[in-house]
Design a protein around this ligand. Sequence first.
Ligand code: AHR
Length: 308
Amino acid sequence: FYHNRNDLTSHIENDEKVTLGFAQVGNESAWRSANTESIIKAAEQENVDLQLINANNNQEKQIAIIRDFIKQGVDVIAFSPMVENGWDEVLQEAKDAGIPVILCDREIKVQDDSLWTSFIGSDFVEEGRRAAQWVVDHKESNTETVNIIELEGTKSSAPATDRKQGFKEVSEHHPNLHIIDSLSGDFTLGKGKEMMEKALQQFGSEIDIVYSHNDDMAIGAIEAIEEYGLQPGFDIKIISIDATNKAFKALSAGKLNFTVECNPLLGPQIMQAAKELKNGTEIPMKIITSEETFTQEEAKKEIKKRNY
Ligand code: AHR
């Protein structure tokens, strides 16, 4: 994964304070709040001059924020891309200005991969595989149909695309697992609840499992299932991704069945990368965080340690 990016870093002099422009994607989830806090805290600790601006889940706004950072001539730009496509032009402008770009937690699809310097985040496909593996391990038989509702994250975003793919890779080898509907809940609790209400109206108690691309939508689904008069975690099993404190609470209460960890605490790694880029040090093109999974029993033991 190492890549020579010295052409992008040679303009930076040693021993100056790093100026980092961070275009945060939004405020959609507990995961995102923890991610933003981690970035702000790490910048303070590492004495990085951070400018963090929130794009409120609007790609045009995120592009405008990046353009503004380029105009200001920050040392390094980092951003959490809302969706995978549509970044070629603005990142070419950053490259032309000699500013290295760090992708925070979400990857992108561009014609030329030299437009970004490093990706720091999770393997979302693997997260989807792990979620599906739980379903495979807990289904009662190989013949009885298991009806699954998938609550997807933001359309065309890397976590939504990859978590869908990972889940499919594993589940397609088990013909009795059926995704009966995939609904976009945009990674928010409110939309997750709304989509689950829709699914319940259509399929009712035929639903066996909800696979949610994040914890917030799973919490929304729990509320919808309770209001419908069924027991989440028992009548309908729920698995999600992120492993935030609210998921641990739901797991401990028996309302959620499994969560796959996605680590939002990327601040220290981003600051380190920004400093190294400023000093002209070559950094890995991909820095992947290692993550765990949590059952109800494991969540009960770990809940006190999970402070986001
Ligand atoms: O990109 C990471 C995803 O974005 C998290 O899983 C989700 O909660 C967030 O909004």
